[in-house]
Design a protein around this ligand. Structure first.
Ligand SMILES: [Zn+2]
Length: 347
């Protein structure tokens, strides 16, 4: 994180000053994804700890090594690698870094089997997403094409052996700090946040981001063998789950929330309230669109996002289904899942 082209201080880098003072150094590693750089965090403690790794690419590895060098460390010095969740921009260098450092690898217990064979897990995820897309009205050829795009990106991920499986509520103890391990599913089923109660710092992965509202992606439930092909008709209620997770986080007396992308969050309760208001507005919009008659999630996504509903079909379908789940829970929408393609109607 160097000064910007104009020579002035980088405001994002500056915004991490108090994290650095607490021995937590953000390392913004480049990714090939739309989201841009991913924040990994080096915790200068014993063991020397890296939270998240960045994706599996030569450029990411070079950048990470360079940043570690600037901080006076090498990959070989790492004693612990912690993974915040199952997305490849956060864990793709795991295999390489774990091999070179021989560090312990800590992740939520339910994530361990997923990471044993990342490629098989990601393949099963892509099949599940294609099933969800077809069921919700995405043309079959488009679903297939998008599945192929997913497969093309798989090499940015990584398998890994979790040596320290973490249970929700347990503590990760380093020499100078204790991090409570909290499972906060929603953005992904394995979202895990790490809470330093003494310093009131939350390391949050993609659970809460300052500048992006985290996508409540509909994901294949964890704990199912990769070959079992979870039923895409019985979709996980990712947004409902995410809201429940955010409610828990909102009540925490955090002063600093360190996210997986962008600057830190200082007033997390206000930001979470803003996210809740956006959800309410979007649910209202979905409900109004349904007044024209029963529609699929893809119909709704196309009206809300135009061409983005094509190029980002799974993401936009996930958004729409999340809001439909909320409306169904409120009795304002009904779901007809009897046919091959599910339609929703206003009550
Ligand atoms: Zn993520």
């Amino acid at each position: 994180m160097s000064d910007d082209a104009a020579g002035g201080p980088d405001p994002v880098a500056e915004s991490f000053a108090d994290a650095r003072a607490a021995g937590i150094h953000p390392i913004a590693v480049p990714t090939p994804f739309l989201v841009g750089r991913v924040n990994c965090y080096l915790i200068e403690d014993d063991p020397l700890t890296l939270v998240d790794t960045g994706p599996n690419s030569g450029k990411s590895l070079d950048d990470l090594e360079q940043s570690l060098r600037e901080l006076g460390h090498r990959i070989e010095d790492l004693g612990l690698i912690v993974i915040s969740h199952q997305h490849m921009d956060h864990l793709g260098l795991l295999e390489i870094i774990a091999r070179r450092s021989r560090a312990e690898v800590a992740a939520l217990d339910v994530l361990a089997p997923y990471l044993e064979d990342f490629s098989a897990s990601a393949t099963a995820d892509d099949e599940f997403s294609m099933g969800v897309m077809r069921r919700h009205g995405v043309p079959s050829e488009l679903a297939t094409a998008l599945g192929a795009v997913g497969a093309a990106f798989r090499a940015f991920g990584s398998s890994g052996r979790v040596s320290t499986p973490l249970r929700e509520g347990e503590e990760l103890t380093l020499r100078d700090r204790t991090l409570a391990v909290l499972h906060r599913p929603g953005h992904s089923p394995s979202d895990t946040v790490f809470w330093d109660e003494r310093r009131r710092i939350l390391i949050a992965g993609d659970h809460l981001l300052a500048r992006i509202s985290s996508n409540p992606l509909i994901s294949r439930p964890l704990g199912q063998p990769a070959g079992s092909g979870a039923d895409p008709g019985e979709r996980p209620h990712a947004l409902v789950q995410y809201i429940a997770s955010l409610r828990l986080t909102r009540e925490m007396p955090a002063q600093l929330v360190l996210g997986g992308h962008g600057p830190p969050v200082r007033d997390h309760a206000a930001l979470i309230d803003e996210r809740f208001r956006m959800t309410q507005r979007r649910a209202g919009k979905v409900r109004r669109l349904l007044e024209a008659g029963p529609q699929t999630a893809y119909d709704l996504a196309s009206q809300m996002w135009g061409n983005v509903a094509v190029t980002q079909a799974f993401l936009t379908i996930s958004e729409v289904l999340g809001h439909l789940d909320l409306l169904i829970a409120d009795g304002r929408v009904t779901e007809d899942a009897g046919a091959e393609i599910t339609r929703f109607a206003a009550t």
